[in-house]
Design a protein around this ligand. Sequence first.
Ligand SMILES: Nc1ncnc2c1ncn2[C@@H]1O[C@H](COP(=O)(O)OP(=O)(O)OP(=O)(O)O)[C@@H](O)[C@H]1O
Ligand SMILES: [Mg+2]
Length: 229
Amino acid sequence: MTEISLIAARNIYKSYGNGNNILPVLKKISFEIKEKDFVTVVGPSGIGKSTLLNIIGTLDKPDSGSIQFDGLDLSKFSDNQLSDLRLNMIGFIFQFHHLIPEFNVIDNVIMPNLIAEKKPNYSMAKDLLDHVQIVDKINSFPSQLSGGEKARVSVARALMNNPKIILADEPTGNLDAENAERLIDLLLKVREEFDQTIVLSTHNKKLSKLGNKKFEITKNQFKIRDRFK
Ligand SMILES: Nc1ncnc2c1ncn2[C@@H]1O[C@H](COP(=O)(O)OP(=O)(O)OP(=O)(O)O)[C@@H](O)[C@H]1O
Ligand SMILES: [Mg+2]
């Protein structure tokens, strides 16, 4: 039996700008992400890491090239189907966490249920908050949390709809060394305990060494290092 890649991207080209000012960012790159892969995406600032994560997360579209998500061709998806896919299949973790200030911790975590118009599963949200060790702050508001705590809440939120893949764009970018370390441990735990596939962009040296695959973006090259090959 051939194993279907969770993500299979072929010749992805993405540029920004218009007219004479075209900035090519992703230059016909191809890659595969398999279930349970932990992929780190590294490269200098401005090289295209967030662009790549946004394309994998269907928040943005390539100019050309194809992406299959779990065997399905994304170019055939309508905008509504893409937003359903994002809600049900993808968990996002961002550098600034994007928690909703007017909602307390548990309501931020159940937000993906609410957006997907599912019954809010408070017991699952509590379990997840327990996992990220923040269950005592369940009724606190984001403004009352430290950076590390906000990051952990955003990990719980990303897991809420049982996603197929977690995309984390510089999740430790805004944290001090101790909290960065704690978040790294948490992501490793999430990978093990929830069988998660994770794609993570980072400038953090230690974090970039974790994972079984590394995508290195440079000006002229897209290099894939597969540590298990
Ligand atoms: N919406 C946009 N319009 C025009 N240019 C853009 C847009 N988004 C990104 N860019 C440009 O594309 C390039 C890649 O940006 P991207 O955000 O993917 O880089 P990055 O590797 O994530 O950088 P960083 O490490 O600083 O987050 C940059 O030169 C950026 O200025
Ligand atoms: Mg970025």
